[in-house]
Ligand binder design. Structure first.
Ligand code: CAA
Length: 289
């Protein structure tokens, strides 16, 4: 792959664009409009500047990395892309609209991938011009740091497409886990019930936020406790993934904790809104209950 396009300039899309550019490839970055795409690039610039400040990246490398990222106003320039990666909100109707729009410019032989955390790949492939060239490519946050990419072929995905994205993922310095197209794939199928259970534990006042997180950090050696991780992922995203698991399997073990639903209804979505289970407005996270 030499030319990659990323649709969605939020937390995941910018992380993917930064990582791809870091590995020498050109990246087009799109969102609903050019302003959003440019704001995404500005966030990448901040992250890269921090790395330079901490001596992790040379200034000239940072400049070259940023030079490889081009915010674009729409999908038209993506006809030159070998790979288009959708990294938009975890809502199927939004993703479908993106696939339909990007399909009009998808080059012959180019691959379309979705960074969905849980939505079935086989179903979404139906909204692309060639399901043989459609695949799930699931990155983890923060993308430049996390060592894993899940690769999820749909029912119709060709072996050639699967091989090409595995090579791409390894070229980014990541390990690959290959998953069948089952709800939540491998990692989120395990992670989301854990986060959800932590919210039930909080809702039943078995322990407070700090102790739940401390328990998992120190008792399980997780870098973050499940409630802090939920804030980091976004409580709306956690709820969206749980709802996909719940609706597709109809298994009550995936029913979202009522407190999680309440937080999302309150607009307390985690770090991105300044408040979730922790308050981030003063910088360091402070537990809210
Ligand atoms: N680009 C490149 N490097 C970066 C970076 C960026 N944007 N941001 C941070 N880093 C590097 C830092 O330079 C630092 O490197 P060194 O260790 O070499 O110094 C390293 O990452 C750690 O960063 P910090 O020191 O700032 O922070 P930390 O030590 O507190 O770690 C963390 C932060 C990596 C996020 C850690 O807390 C962690 O691993 N948390 C769990 C994250 C996790 O589980 N993610 C998966 C979420 S689930 C998901 O994403 C899938 C889904 O579908 C929901």
């Amino acid at each position: 792959m030499r030319n990659v396009a990323v649709i969605g300039a939020g937390q995941m899309g910018t992380g993917i664009a930064q990582t791809v550019a870091w590995h020498g490839m050109k990246v087009m970055l799109a969102d609903v409009d050019l302003d959003r795409a440019e704001a995404g690039k500005a966030n990448i610039e901040k992250a890269v500047t921090r790395l330079v400040g901490r001596g992790k990246l040379e200034a000239d490398e940072a400049e070259a990395l940023l030079g490889r990222i081009t915010p674009v106003p729409d999908y038209a320039p993506m006809e030159a892309a070998d790979l288009i990666i959708e990294a938009a909100t975890e809502k199927e109707e939004i993703k479908q609209a993106i696939f339909e729009g990007a399909s009009r410019v998808l080059g012959q032989g180019a691959i379309m991938a979705s960074n969905t955390s849980s939505i079935p790949i086989t179903r979404m492939a139906n909204h692309s011009p060639d399901p043989k060239r459609f695949i799930g490519l699931h990155f983890f946050n923060p993308v430049p740091v996390m060592g894993l990419i899940e690769v999820i072929p749909g029912l119709a995905t060709s072996q050639e497409t699967t091989d090409a994205v595995i090579a791409f993922a390894r070229g980014l310095g990541k390990e690959v886990v290959l998953s069948q197209d089952e709800p939540g794939f491998v990692v989120n199928r395990i992670l989301l019930p854990m986060i959800n259970e932590a919210v039930f534990v909080l809702g039943q006042s078995t322990a407070g936020i700090e102790d739940i997180d401390k328990g998992c950090r120190l008792g399980l050696n997780h870098p973050m406790g499940p409630l802090q991780l939920a804030d980091f992922v976004g409580l709306d995203t956690c709820l969206d993934i749980l709802m996909v698991l719940y609706k597709t399997t109809r298994d009550s073990k995936y029913r979202p904790a009522p407190l999680l639903v309440k937080y999302v209804e309150a607009g307390w979505l985690g770090r991105k809104t300044g408040r979730g289970f922790y308050d981030y407005t003063g910088g360091a996270p402070v537990p809210t209950r």
